[in-house]
Ligand binder design. Structure first.
Ligand SMILES: [Zn+2]
Length: 367
């Protein structure tokens, strides 16, 4: 199977999340893998929102993970048909070409090739729906125990074929304060929820994470992104809501952090999680990371240093669901082109990724 042709084929299937469900894309890759002898199961967290798990039995499986959904096209006009899969000057254009149908196609092509060889270990592909809106497909697979087991994982998100060993987590919270409304001319008869929320914002500015800096990812951050309260100027507001965006590092556990935030804000502030995805990090000197770096060096001639990503990935869900296995994010798409107008990827990198995935798998399966 030619990975570039498969990328073009997948780009031509509109899977914009949430308007265009992933099922046709999932069926296409599922069929290819089933024909190659993989045991394929499909799982839907909502009608048409299909994730695929394809497994070739064996101990200590290597997992290839990716997502088949894309983000919307945006308001700006595209020069290249977003669903055309056009090739021009060594580039492949279309929505999802970088993020991450090229990664999915390269993983499927590598798996079809590996299926022809005797492997001493298992191989599992987890190709999920609904990543872009908060890893819903991966969470559904984890919740329904559809994943089985694996010993190491590659996530094919766009990294320009540079192994990435970690990314921050995201904890997005809604903080609500309540008061008692009263006429604006008699504020002493009410309790002002906006004032309580303002105190909460100031407390958040003072909040200290008390965690050692991660050498690659740096320190956690906190930003108050929204503040809503009050309906009319001449009433005491009885409700205010602030939106908090916290980017954590992998040493932090979100449950514990939420408890500390609650203590700092006091009982007057109600916290609710909107997004709760922990960061991931595999040590650079881990043998699996080294084998990925070796494979990239053999295929591209350049020996990259392990990097980090600014985005979060399905690894936030899948890595803990597999019991904290070593995880490398490595894919042919370009990090800078995700979600952009005229998104594209480099054809050469797609071809290289197939060979890189195949080499990592062979190294993993070597005695
Ligand atoms: Zn992605």
């Amino acid at each position: 199977m030619n990975a570039v042709e498969l990328t073009r084929e997948l780009v031509r299937i509109d899977t914009i999340n949430p308007m265009s469900p992933e099922r046709p894309c999932a069926e296409r890759v599922g069929k290819l893998l089933a024909e190659a002898g993989f045991a394929v199961t499909k799982h839907e967290f909502a009608p048409g929102r299909t994730s695929v798990v394809a497994r070739r039995d064996g101990p200590d499986a290597l997992c290839f993970a990716g997502h088949t959904d894309t983000v919307p096209l945006g308001a700006a006009k595209w020069k290249h048909d977003p669903f055309g899969g056009e090739l021009s000057g060594g580039l492949l254009y279309g929505r999802g070409s970088s993020d991450m149908k090229s990664g999915v196609a390269a993983m499927v092509a590598a798996a079809l090739d590996l299926a022809k060889r005797p492997l001493r270990k298992g191989l599992v592909l987890v190709l999920v729906a609904g990543e872009e809106t908060g890893c819903e497909g991966a969470a559904h697979l984890a919740r329904t125990k559809a994943l089985g087991s694996a010993g190491a994982m590659i996530v094919g998100e766009p990294t320009g074929n540079v192994p990435v060993v970690g990314h921050k987590g995201a904890l997005w919270l809604k903080a609500r304060t309540r008061g008692v409304t009263a006429h604006g001319s008699m504020p002493e008869k009410g309790v002002n929820a906006v004032v309580k929320a303002a105190r909460a914002v100031l407390a958040l500015q003072e909040f200290s994470f008390d965690v050692a800096r991660d050498p690659l990812l740096g320190s956690p951050t906190l930003n108050v992104g929204t503040f809503q309260g009050g309906l009319n100027v001449n009433s005491v507001p009885d409700e205010a809501v602030i939106g908090i965006d916290i980017r954590t590092i992998p040493a932090q556990r979100h449950a514990e952090l939420r408890k500390r935030l609650q203590d700092a804000l006091g009982a007057d502030v109600e916290l609710e999680s909107i997004v709760d995805l922990e960061g991931i990090r595999t040590p650079e000197d881990h043998a699996f990371v080294q084998s990925a770096i070796d494979a990239v060096a053999q295929v591209t001639g350049d020996r990259p240093k392990a990097g980090t990503a600014t985005y979060f990935t399905d690894a936030s869900v899948l890595t803990p669901a597999f019991g904290g296995i070593p995880t490398v994010i490595l894919g042919p798409g370009e990090m800078a082109l995700c979600h952009q107008t005229d998104e594209h990827c480099r054809v050469e990198r797609v071809e290289q990724a197939v060979e890189i995935y195949s080499r990592v798998a062979r190294a993993w399966c070597a005695p």
